[in-house]
Ligand binder design. Structure first.
Ligand SMILES: [Fe+2]
Length: 521
């Protein structure tokens, strides 16, 4: 890996060049020296995210090795610092290298950490979203990227049509969510799905459409940052790490842009090999608490590399790691409601009942505080709620995993595959399925592209599941004390439904394995 050559500094940041002869001054003026604030910077993206210990993190992405901008925070100048420098590897990679290891990032990530008391911030005169004291509107999205993972030969994951906003609706969902004017945005993980496309026959149609693929800057820009722009501008974010951000996949981008802790470089792990990411080698961050006003605490956890699809006996190290990294949950002050934000659900549909519990379920048997009302997760590309009888002593679980990436309903290997029968796998619970030994008392499963809007209503919260056009799909009521979420079961979807494979890729996407590829979702 070599550093990018030093790029020319912006004129405004190069005053000697602007102090010469009159001609140079005139050129300077024409180029904007006199009007462009020195602290504006050539920022591509900027946003605010909430981190551990009440900290507010201002982040920006600057082209090349450009200077980080300076923010104005409550009237004071606060220079952003380099969080991760720009890199371009250039040279051919050694063949054992995972292409997800040290991909090209020709941008600089900048960061400034503010105390919880900060109230106003701007960069270049543009205000940045800041936390409000009593959030009343919360957006939850999850699993948003466009799925491209095609090896040079053999079976591939379903190829999603990234060029079609019906087939990949994340850009529309981000815009619709921004239009609700939220106070806070929560992303429950899986931002990056454009991994690789190595089969010319299957990939040329994508290239002809200008579809960008890759683990580096271009892939992250296309899959997450560009379409998320209006939503990043709308409110501060809380970001949860998904398994697509494991070190053996999109982890380098996660570390550069979104991780709540200081940047660290991922190791050269290779997916589906002995070196693949597991909890113990994935730079797994400790969970942390975010206080929302005076009435609610969120616990943000990283279980991205947890082997949810294996029973406890096959993941002997995971339980101790979960017990250690989830201390923010187990040590939370009692008496204040808690919500847990996590990528992989507690009660995971794809582990047979006889193989349960997995490590997280084992932890949950004794490690969940009574004040935990709801668990919000992603990972399954659907919207799903689970309620248990009060005697079970469990929180409700809400999966918001249908905000852009290809739905389970379109995946022939998924138990929620619907084929030519839209809505056929949607259901209202209860059913006979056991979740670590206990059947749900109620809930719903919906296979529709969507995001969730939570709005404070009195002492509780109302929810609305919303589609990419901003239309309500289902209305929900969250009963925190009762640890229940009740959502109305909507009318069946209208056929045909968008999201099926594009004509370029039809028939190219069968995985021949059984449904064990949980970590490949
Ligand atoms: Fe996912």
């Amino acid at each position: 890996m070599r550093k990018l050559p030093k790029l020319p500094r912006p004129l405004a940041a190069n005053p000697p060049g602007c102090r010469g002869a009159t001609l140079l001054l005139a050129l300077c003026l024409l180029a904007g020296c006199a009007t462009r604030a020195a602290d504006e910077g050539a920022t591509r993206h900027r946003w605010t995210q909430l981190g551990p210990d009440g900290r507010i993190s201002l982040r920006s992405i600057v082209d090349g090795v450009g200077d980080c901008p300076t923010a104005v925070v409550d009237g004071a100048r606060v220079p952003l610092q380099v969080r991760a420098a720009a890199t371009v590897t250039g040279a051919p990679r050694p063949s054992p290298d995972n292409p997800a290891f040290r991909p090209d990032f020709a941008v600089t990530t900048c960061e400034a950490t503010l105390p919880a008391t900060a109230r106003q911030a701007s960069i270049g005169g543009d205000p940045l979203p800041m936390p409000v004291s009593d959030p009343r509107r919360i957006i939850i999205v999850g699993d948003t990227g466009c799925r491209i993972k095609v090896p040079a030969s053999g079976p591939a994951d379903p190829i999603q049509n990234c060029a079609g906003t019906s087939d990949w609706p994340w850009p529309r969902i981000a815009a619709a969510a921004a239009a609700t004017q939220p106070d806070l945005v929560i992303h429950v993980g899986d931002y990056h799905y454009r991994e690789y496309c190595d089969d010319p026959a299957r990939c040329q149609p994508l290239r002809d459409q200008g579809v960008v693929v890759g683990y580096g800057w271009a892939g992250w820009q296309a899959d997450f940052l560009a379409p998320a722009t209006p939503l990043l501008a709308a409110a501060p974010w809380i970001v949860v790490r998904g398994n697509h951000e494991n070190c053996d996949r999109g982890g380098e981008g996660w570390m550069r842009f979104l991780s709540p802790v200081p940047y660290r470089q991922c190791g050269n792990q290779a997916y589906k090999t002995a070196s693949q990411s597991v909890l113990g080698n994935n730079l797994t961050a400790d969970a942390y608490r975010v206080e929302l006003g005076k009435r609610l605490t969120l616990v943000v956890a990283d279980n991205a590399a947890f082997a949810d699809y294996l029973p406890l006996a096959q993941t002997p190290d995971d339980l101790a790691i979960l017990q250690r990294t989830l201390r923010a949950l187990t040590t939370a002050p009692s008496g204040r409601p808690l919500w847990l934000l996590i990528h992989k659900p507690l009660w995971y549909d794809l582990l047979p009942a006889a193989a349960q519990p997995n490590a997280l379920q084992t932890f949950a048997r004794s490690g969940l505080p009574a004040s935990l009302q709801f668990v919000f997760a992603g990972h399954e590309h659907a919207f799903a709620t689970l309620n248990f009888a009060a005697s079970a002593g469990r929180p409700a679980q809400v999966i918001v995993g249908a905000s852009g990436t290809q739905l389970e309903a379109f995946d022939p290997q998924s138990p929620l595959y619907e084929g030519a029968a839209p809505g056929s796998k949607e259901q209202a619970l209860p059913d006979a399925r056991l979740h670590d030994g206990i059947a749900a008392s109620s809930g719903i499963v919906l296979n529709r592209y969507s995001f969730l809007l939570l709005e404070r209503a009195g002492d509780g919260w109302d929810g609305t599941l919303i589609d990419a056009d901003g239309r309500a799909i289902s209305r929900c009521r969250l009963d925190g004390d009762g640890r229940q979420i009740d959502c109305g079961f909507p009318a069946p979807p209208q056929a045909p439904r968008s999201g099926a494979q594009p004509s370029c890729c039809r028939g190219a996407s069968r995985r021949n394995g059984r449904w064990v590829a949980a970590s490949s979702r």
